[in-house]
Ligand binder design. Structure first.
Ligand code: NDP
Length: 291
């Protein structure tokens, strides 16, 4: 039987409307309007698009959005000084430094300069460190990984004891997803570019999270019957039939995989929309930390 589709767009709309209601409730009770500051360094066109959509999403739910742009030539000190200024700004509850930073800037030190109470992207080394430790809780969890877990929890009553395979070990997706799955008591296998026998490992997975950035790498016969498949990958492939000359596909061969999976996320419209929804949720929570 073909898989059911996990409609991330619909789920994200629900989360956004809950955040909107939460913001309205704050205002009604005389509390502050949450504020998100975005810091964009350099001219990466994709980063400009991402930041613009985050700012628009803030406006739609009533969160104040403060945009800061620095040139690609900005020094480490200039970027960190801006972050420090935002740490001290009472109107700013969340600080998002759009990654990747231009070459020459030390990403870890920039992330470290964000106050952990304003680290709504969840990438501060302390928040990530707490995520990795038993009995410790991060103040914020990275948004795309949080979106993956949110979708999984909608389809499975509990993740405990299930075999989860995560393809990819990046700081922003694969590793935090794996850490979150461990916290849910799943049995987690993390695969990467040096892993051997990927199809055999994936065939053991009750839960598969694919975050490798390789178009349709995961084939239908890798999927265990009944598995839940979360496809994080967003890849452009040439398609002359499309006006733009390309289309977006995930890391999983969707048409094949949906024949074996019980639930599967489409690309686009799966995990993608959850990322911004989680950012809004984190910003609302950051404001509540100060109440
Ligand atoms: P990275 O390039 O940072 O990491 C890719 C990971 O996949 C690495 O760990 C790499 O291994 C592993 N990998 C690469 N090739 C293979 C292979 N052939 N077999 C097994 N493992 C492999 O990517 P990101 O984590 O940033 O992103 C992954 C995908 O998710 C991309 O398509 C990206 O566009 C998408 N994405 C979507 C988001 C959203 O929906 N909102 C947000 C962020 C990303 P190694 O460590 O050994 O190099």
């Amino acid at each position: 039987m073909a898989a059911q589709i996990l409609d991330g767009k619909k789920v994200a709309e629900q989360i956004r409307s809950e955040v909107k209601a939460g913001v309205a409730e704050r205002v009604k009770t005389g509390k502050s309007v949450p504020g998100l500051a975005t810091v964009l360094v350099g001219d990466n066109p994709a980063s400009h698009v991402y930041v613009a959509s985050k700012q628009k999403a803030c406006q739609e739910v009533g969160i104040n959005s403060f945009g800061y742009e620095l040139p690609a030539t900005a020094s480490q000190v200039e970027v960190e000084d801006l972050v420090k200024q935002l740490n001290a700004d009472p109107n700013v509850n969340g600080i998002l430094v759009q990654l990747p930073l231009p070459n020459g800037l030390d990403e870890e030190n920039v992330l470290k300069s964000i106050s952990i109470e304003k680290d709504v992207d969840g990438f501060h080394p302390i928040n990530i460190g707490r995520l990795a430790q038993k009995g410790r809780d991060p103040l914020f969890v990275p948004c795309t990984p949080a979106g993956c877990i949110h979708l999984l929890k909608m389809t499975l009553p509990k993740l405990e004891g299930l075999n989860a395979v995560v393809l990819g070990r990046s700081n922003i997706v694969g590793m935090p997803v794996a850490l979150l799955l461990v916290r849910e008591n799943a049995t987690v296998t993390i695969c990467h570019s040096r892993s051997k026998n990927l199809p055999d490992i994936v065939r053991q997975a009750d839960i598969l999270v694919a975050a490798v950035g390789r178009p349709e790498m995961v084939k239908g016969d890798w999927i265990k019957p009944g598995a839940v498949v979360i496809d994080v990958g967003i890849n452009r492939i040439d398609d002359v039939s499309r006006p733009k000359g390309y289309r977006l596909v995930g890391d999983v061969a969707f048409d094949e995989a949906k024949e074996n999976a019980s639930w599967i996320t489409p690309v686009p419209g799966g995990v993608g929309p959850l990322t911004i929804a989680m950012l809004l949720q984190n910003t609302l929570r950051a404001a509540a930390l100060l109440d």
